[in-house]
Design a protein around this ligand. Sequence first.
Ligand code: NOJ
Length: 568
Amino acid sequence: MTLPAASTYRTLADSDDLWWRSAVIYQVYVRSFSDDNGDGTGDLAGVRSRLGYLKQLGVDALWFNPWYPSPLADGGYDVSDYRSIHPSFGTLGEAEALIQDALALGIRTIIDVVPNHVSDQHPWFQAALAAGPGSPERERFWFRPGRGPDGDEPPTRWPSNFAGDTWTRTVNPDGSPGEWYLHLFTPEQPDLNWTHPDVHREHEDILKFWFDRGVAGVRIDSAALLVKDANLPEVPLTPAPGEHPNTDRDELHDIYRSWRAIADSYEGTRVLVGEIWLPDVERFARYLRPDELHTAFNFDFLARPWNAAELHESIETTLSAHAPVGAPSTWVLSNHDVTRPVTRYGREDTTFAFASKRAGTPTDLALGLRRSRAAALITAALPGSLYIYQGDELGLPEVEDIPAELLQDPMHFRSLGIDPGRDGCRVPLPWSGTAPPFGFSPANASTSPWLPQPIGWRELTAEAQQSDPTSMLRLYQSALRIRAEEPDLGDGRFAWLSGAPDVLTFTRGDTFLLVANLSAHPVDLPDHQRVLLTSETLVNGMLPSDSTAWLEVLPSATENSDRPHHSA
Ligand code: NOJ
């Protein structure tokens, strides 16, 4: 296919410079979204064919998990070429066409960049292995001799987010044991050395490569991990802020300032979205200062249990942390790394923590679905941008019975099987029909989907849900339509109202009011002009347990708020 010159790529530049402050962003895990060519793996042609579905859902942007060539040792977060597309997904030309097709529907594209590490098959790492100790090629990574008399102890004992070791020893060309290299994740994901100018230059160039092709933003993987203390000290028991040897180091901010300058040099607002898991909200907010990242994922809310006081505290802490830097918050119920909300909220322990993930925990999926519906309306009404992970709009549960031999996630294997891993939230979507592959692959597909779909998903297909006005899909469609129409939703004013115990009540602007009943009993609704949407049917005018209502009220109803307003 012939490509237009970079300057002719269309963007939505003129329409709305502040789009990112309130956008609804749908996360596409390409491998599991839609398979056009029948090889059992989702692809870009599959996404293009479903753009109408995404438009109807009402999203403003798509975030694609890494779509680059990769050995898939970590689901694509092991990138071997940042300027191309995985051959199973399609071609660069198809990606460019997809970006443009989506834009024609008013939908922007955000891509994933992975700057902390590359694939061990990346040409830089292959060159470093071949060039040997002391070579300039090894300077782009963290190669070090081992400790101990024979060098057979790793240079540090840093823990890995994936359990297991963070250093792997190389073998010299003559077969003798060689240097070690650092990998905070799997050995197939060697960490880059961000003190090296090549590493900076390369990533700045990658950003330009994709911005030139019309992408509206980048999601930055493991954004708080790039910089390491070159002295390689051990991790202190309680590191002082900025003194952890591999997390949240102060030098990171200069990197993001230079990325921001690149983003700002393009027309339209190109956004930088950080994947930042940091418990210290003040440190988290520092990444969102006006000349750094635009937004970062707010993971606090998804880690909290289904409990009004906890969610109240999470919302309050989040808004208070963002206010001083003027950045909008993001709201995220799940992603490709965590347990699906329908499953999590259906358990006795509704918190999320990687270490507490357990397959086989008793789960009430009907309760989980009910709470997920209520949670969807809470997050969609909070100020800032909203992320929806593919399949959450269908209320898909975590798949917990994938046969062991089909599991792929290194988190599972590196935990020695204790962590069930993340495959259960990555199962291919059910689109239509009554039997697998449920329209994910064409009827004449040569292979089954790369992970098997439960037979029970026949009731959860997009097709079945579209014709059921009470379905999760229809709830999401209604919520996003109202969100788009209501000027008070998205970015803007927020205030709490005091309500009954275990009930969250807040207002947006002058006339929008949300009530979420997390108590065990139905509650009365406050005076209102109109019910805009509820996650469950009202019973005798009352809001049942585990449900949320969106109300239109008179401006006077929002006057007795009990907290200061947060405004953008
Ligand atoms: C965060 C990504 O979301 C996750 O899927 C990946 O395994 C790690 N970063 C490492 O890249």
